[in-house]
Design a protein. Structure first.
Length: 196
């Protein structure tokens, strides 16, 4: 018996064994990752539930998580629900789960920088600096003027000692249009340390 044939036999036995135990290899119906047909998607409901959840993320994260799961039951391909569920998981310290949701959001929202930026931050928290830097850079590829990503990337580059020719440009942008006066002051200090 070849290795390939043995692998098929084991796979068939596993599936048969699961079926005999009352378990199925199919995901349960109605779960947020169950396959849905185009006609089963309720985009309006998903958007409404995601908006409700967004208002609760900071104050009632468990309730927000429940609403986001309902939103994904309504429409598995609703990117903002995946992104916001990732934010909930990130706040809970569930980096693996957060990264998975940000990946989903990135795939269904290819031109939006937020899922990429959130994924990069998750990778940064996990200590994967190189991956985080490249993921921040990919967010700037899809949206070159996204200031929150510039701020995050410049901060990580400087902290990790991995500055490049782009870092000076990011600092210039942050000084000019930083999200807060604190960010602008931080960028000025970094420019002064770097010199002319």
């Amino acid at each position: 018996m070849t290795a390939r044939t043995l692998g098929l036999v084991v796979a068939v036995a596993l599936v048969a064994g699961l079926a005999g135990c009352g378990m199925s290899s199919k995901p349960p119906a109605g779960g947020p990752y169950s396959p849905v047909s185009e006609g089963d998607r309720d985009e309006a409901k998903a958007a409404r539930l995601t908006k409700q959840a967004a208002a609760l993320i900071d104050t009632k994260p468990d309730e927000a998580e429940k609403l986001l799961r309902e939103a994904l039951n309504a429409d598995l391909y609703h990117g903002p629900a995946h992104n916001n569920l990732g934010v909930v998981y990130l706040a809970q310290g569930k980096l693996y789960e957060a990264a998975g949701e940000f990946e989903w959001a990135r795939k269904v929202m290819p031109g939006h920088p937020d899922p990429r930026m959130n994924l990069a931050f998750t990778l940064e928290l996990a200590g994967r600096t190189d991956d985080a830097i490249s993921t921040y850079a990919s967010a700037l590829e899809v949206y070159p003027a996204h200031l929150p990503t510039m701020q995050a990337l410049a901060r990580l580059q400087l902290r990790a000692g991995r500055t490049d020719e782009r870092t000076r440009h990011y600092l210039d942008e942050i000084v000019m249009r930083g999200e807060t006066p604190e960010w602008q002051e931080w960028a000025r200090k970094q420019q002064a340390r770097a010199g002319p």
